[in-house]
Design a protein around this ligand. Structure first.
Ligand SMILES: Cc1cc2nc3c(=O)[nH]c(=O)nc-3n(C[C@H](O)[C@H](O)[C@H](O)COP(=O)(O)OP(=O)(O)OC[C@H]3O[C@@H](n4cnc5c(N)ncnc54)[C@H](O)[C@@H]3O)c2cc1C
Length: 363
């Protein structure tokens, strides 16, 4: 549905539209209508948008590029704030590294490119992850041996509870595997306006993920510069994952489940394949974590449940990454949700494990 027009325009800056289709605001490209939507490019606009929602008693949903969000057909009966705050301010740069404050609405991969070109290390393995800088701390994005929390110094955010901006140091971010305070206990409370990162100039060190190591071997790379790691990651991701600009997807739909040691021992007796390397799984599909728990590759569980390449209702699993759900021609968000429930049910039936969604389903 097309927007029914602007209902609020303050100066040249803040515009709030009414009845906006959310389909193009999520890379899954399904979903209903937002009652109101504001695109915010200034910190002051955030405050205005928040006040607008408060006056009308509306809930707020903060959105970057929607790479990790899909909307239900019921849409969002409140105000969606699309964060488009820009900026790239080098606070300090020296032989050791640099401290840079970056606007939440900046494109993530363009930011990685810029910092790699400055010879800085910290984000290079996170190349080609779709989305914005402001969303990166929320899910503590990670890939190929790096996690964004490692280089976050602080986050500036508008606190919707206290109605003021706050600067939260890394120690106050509650960062964990694919989670943070912003996705956990304080979900929806803070609108991140900018993030300050502390980069260094050290090289990443082996051992690398098997795919990265293979790329280095095949290409005779021995200097693991930020650019070399970025090149490797771009090569691997381009060959393995769908490009959300061309194919509707939110990437990995499920988290890798983490289970207790006892459950793992029972499971591996029944399914020794979970503890073996295979040609397509050159690394064993499980990781023993420091706290005694075991993380299992959800993609392997999906494969072993016989769901590889499964397709129904215009939705399918991506052939080279079984965690990735793609919308080929689903009629609605309902089709995508029914599909992911089937995958979850298949894994539960075979292994007794509940897969948890990594993608946020809104509505
Ligand atoms: C093909 C593909 C591959 C992917 N690969 C990876 C990967 O390797 N590793 C990985 O970790 N992720 C991956 N993702 C997931 C996704 O790219 C990240 O989660 C990314 O950070 C989402 O950015 P976004 O701007 O689109 O956020 P959105 O999807 O718009 O939002 C994500 C969450 O953050 C919140 N949020 C967004 N902006 C703000 C803000 N400014 N303030 C407060 N809250 C905010 C939203 O409310 C929502 O809860 C992949 C996704 C796709 C489609």
């Amino acid at each position: 549905m097309a927007a029914t027009g602007f209902i609020k325009a303050i100066g040249m800056a803040l515009k709030i539209e009414e009845n906006v289709s959310l389909k193009t605001y999520s890379t899954m490209r399904v979903g209903g209508v937002a009652k109101y939507l504001a695109r915010v490019s200034l910190k002051n606009d955030l405050v205005e948008a928040a006040e607008f929602a408060k006056d009308k008693g509306l809930s707020i949903f903060i959105l970057g590029r929607g790479a990790n969000v899909m909307f239900k057909d019921s849409g969002f009966d409140g105000l969606v704030i699309v964060n488009d705050i820009r900026g790239f301010e080098v606070i300090e740069e020296n032989d050791e590294g640099a401290t840079i404050k970056i606007g939440a609405g900046e494109d993530w991969d363009k930011t990685v490119l810029k910092t790699v070109e400055m010879g800085l290390s910290g984000m290079e393995a996170l190349s080609l992850i779709p989305g914005t800088v402001g969303a990166a701390p929320v899910m503590n994005i990670g890939a190929y041996g790096q996690e964004v929390a490692e280089i976050i110094e602080s986050v500036t955010a508008y606190d919707l509870r206290e109605n003021k901006f706050a600067v939260l140091g890394k120690e106050n971010g509650g960062f964990q595997y694919r989670a943070s305070r912003f996705s956990g206990e304080d979900k929806g409370r803070f609108i991140i306006a900018d993030v300050t990162f502390k980069f260094h100039r050290n090289r990443m060190k082996p051992p690398f993920y098997r795919d990265v190591e293979k790329y280095f071997e095949d290409n005779g790379v021995t200097d693991y510069s930020p650019q070399a790691v970025r090149d490797a990651v771009i090569y691997i991701r381009t060959n393995k994952l769908p490009d959300p600009n061309k194919i509707a997807t939110n990437g990995s739909f499920f988290k890798n489940p983490v289970i207790g040691k006892e459950k793992w021992e029972e499971l591996v007796k029944k399914f020794p394949e979970l503890d073996t390397a295979e040609p397509q799984w050159p690394q064993k599909p499980r990781w023993f974590l420091d706290n005694g728990t075991v993380k299992i590759a959800a993609a392997r569980l999906i494969e072993l449940a016989g769901l590889e390449g499964y397709e129904e209702g215009g939705v399918s699993l991506w052939p080279t990454q079984h965690l990735t759900v793609v919308n080929k021609d689903a009629k609605s968000a309902g089709d995508v949700l029914a599909f992911k429930d089937k995958i979850k049910a298949g894994v539960k039936e075979k292994f007794g494990i509940d897969l948890e969604e990594e993608v946020q389903v809104v509505g």
